[in-house]
Ligand binder design. Sequence first.
Ligand SMILES: [Zn+2]
Length: 164
Amino acid sequence: MEELKRMMDLLGISEEDAMNLVLSGVSPSQPGGVRQAWRGMDYYGRSAPSASDIWGLYVEADFRCTECGSQVRTTVDHIDGNPKNHDLSNLRVLCLSCNLARRRGRGVRFPNRGLTIYRFVVAHMGEHGEFPTNRQILDGTGIDKLAVSTYLVKYLRARLVTVS
Ligand SMILES: [Zn+2]
């Protein structure tokens, strides 16, 4: 909790913002929306289990990813990789990062990518008193390229570097 409090202070995040983010992050996908999406796409065979069956999967999984236990951005995954096989025994709850990693057929390369970058930047600033270069961030975190995190780094720089 102390690290969370510090992050909120450093980034100027209000408690209400943080609480709203937590709730939106852990809210499961709307079963009706999942059902509608699957029924609307050839990829999913234009069929889907009932909304209550989909909800039942979440309840059974305690609203957690069945791989890593995270409650953040959970999705419904087809275990055998066949998006048309909606047999309930073929469905499980996975968080988005485990689901994407599985679809790409490899492990999650950088789970908590943003958090890893944040922690590195804060530690680096504490140690050196200045914001790290992109190269230092990549070398320090082991991430191969900033890509989707480019604007997170820009945001952190804008928030953490006080111009005097
Ligand atoms: Zn997961």
